[in-house]
Ligand binder design. Structure first.
Ligand SMILES: Cc1cc2nc3c(=O)[nH]c(=O)nc-3n(C[C@H](O)[C@H](O)[C@H](O)COP(=O)(O)OP(=O)(O)OC[C@H]3O[C@@H](n4cnc5c(N)ncnc54)[C@H](O)[C@@H]3O)c2cc1C
Length: 424
């Protein structure tokens, strides 16, 4: 196949056709991004805003068709890792204002975010909130009386402390991916759907990308943002990514009564989270989304062959935890259940940074919490591609380097939650 289909048009300055090592007539771009999930597309948008040259996104399916579409989309800044808290806070500027910034509706709802902990986690909660406040994050400790007013149906006795973020909430994963895609396209980025990449080969001064149909594209830099599929793609380059795929099952619950819209709840006692899934006009159509926060015994899966159907064991556990937390919802019913997969690293934090192969940047391993930080991830990737370093002192690129695993320096909170250390 020729390279005519590799459309690199845009308001760009770099040459469009390579000669030399890439071969005469091979189409070129400055940056190829593999994967049109929320991370790859946020990176494309950020790179385009920096006029980083010809940018092509290659997606094997369609925009947002990976695990982005299954995201619970919860927005919170509640991290113990400072850089992640900073990324979540800075990302809110985009996600809360997507209508103007991205010119799109991303299904954002500022519902508030509440986290509740048991007696063994009171000190970490206070320490984490104090750290968040040093970043300017609007977060604070609140009392059980205030929580009871927000969540009148909840049993709160086994919580010892709470924190609340008024800017917390949620947005829709697919709509957000589509919004980044639209914004990137308007700046000249080419997004090719139905374009599976099968090989990456170092061809100085960049990297050659080969598609399943044999097409080749010579890129100055390749950003691999292919979620849990990143490992097999970069393994032939000798890059050993410690990535695993963890299946998670979610429940959509009909509460059975007219409920006021709840804040997002991270229940770090029962190890579950709850958010509004669908708001009814008078509350009667309200549905809740309930997810699992217990990662002690992950269900490792294959991202192409995991079961999307409800499985009994996790469902029974989830129903029990929900019943414990909301005993007054005696008529609550399970409306539906589905599953998604996290691309999990050993420390449950992402890898964002250069690979040990020139011209390859990794952007993967978001471990079930990459949605809320995606605009800041885009910024960091763009900084790394354009300048080779983070431009944000609150987000040191060293935090996310691949080498941290081999060096025995995982990215972990200085104040981890006993029993719930992952993703925070
Ligand atoms: C059930 C669930 C709930 C979650 N809830 C939250 C939450 O509440 N808050 C939060 O912040 N985060 C949450 N997350 C995490 C968040 O959704 C993810 O971290 C984020 O969407 C990952 O985006 P991504 O772009 O890295 O990956 P993906 O969306 O998976 O995108 C990767 C893309 O790469 C493409 N691809 C793969 N291989 C190739 C190839 N060879 N060639 C071309 N394209 C390829 C895929 O088709 C896919 O579209 C959740 C995730 C899941 C699964």
């Amino acid at each position: 196949m020729g390279c005519r289909a590799v459309d690199c048009r845009g308001p760009l300055t770099a040459t469009a056709t390579a000669t030399g090592a890439a071969g005469a007539g091979t189409e070129t771009c400055d940056v190829a991004i593999i994967g049109a999930g929320v991370e790859g597309l946020a990176a494309a948008w950020a790179l385009a805003r920096r006029q980083a040259g010809r940018i092509v996104v290659l997606e094997r399916g369609t925009v947002g068709s990976g695990f982005t579409a299954k995201s619970s989309g919860i927005l919170r800044c509640h991290y113990g890792v400072r850089s992640l808290a900073a990324m979540a806070w800075k990302s809110l500027e985009v996600l809360e204002n997507a209508g103007t910034v991205l010119d799109a509706d991303i299904g954002h709802r500022r519902a508030g975010y509440l986290v509740g902990v048991g007696p063994d986690n009171v000190a970490p909660l206070a320490a984490n909130v104090a750290m968040q406040q040093t970043l300017g994050i609007d977060a604070g400790l609140i009392g059980a009386t205030e929580v009871a007013a927000m969540l009148p149906a909840a049993h709160l006795d086994d919580f010892a402390a709470f924190a609340y973020e008024p800017h917390g909430g949620f947005a829709d994963g697919y709509q957000t991916a589509a919004a980044f895609a639209g914004a990137a396209r308007r700046l000249g980025v080419t997004i090719r759907q139905g374009a599976p990449v099968v090989a990456l080969d170092p061809v100085p001064p960049g990297v050659q990308v080969t598609l399943t149909n044999g097409e080749r594209l010579q890129a100055g830099t390749v950003v691999v943002a292919a979620g849990p599929w990143t490992g097999p793609l970069v393994a032939p380059l000798g890059i050993d990514l410690p990535l695993r795929t963890q299946r998670e099952q979610l429940m959509v619950v009909a509460p059975g009564v007219d409920l006021p819209a709840p804040p997002v709840l991270s229940d770090l006692v029962s190890l579950q989270y709850v958010r509004l899934w669908q708001a009814g006009t008078d509350g009667r159509g309200t549905r809740l989304l309930v997810g699992n926060s217990d990662h002690h015994a992950p269900e490792w899966s294959d991202p192409d062959h995991y079961s999307d159907a409800p499985e009994d064991e996790p469902l029974v556990a989830a129903v029990g935890k929900f019943g414990h937390r909301f005993p007054s919802l005696a008529d609550a019913g399970l409306e539906s259940s589905y599953a998604g997969c996290y691309d999990v690293t050993p420390d449950y934090n992402p890898v964002i940074g250069p690979a040990p192969v020139a011209g390859v940047v990794l952007c993967t391993g978001f471990s079930g919490h990459g949605f809320k930080i995606s605009p800041a991830v885009g910024e960091l990737v763009a900084d790394l591609v354009v300048k080779g370093a983070s431009g944000d002192p609150d987000v040191p690129e060293t935090d996310f380097r691949l080498e941290r695993f081999a060096a025995g320096q995982p990215l972990v909170s200085p104040h981890p939650y006993a029993g719930a250390g992952e993703m925070r």
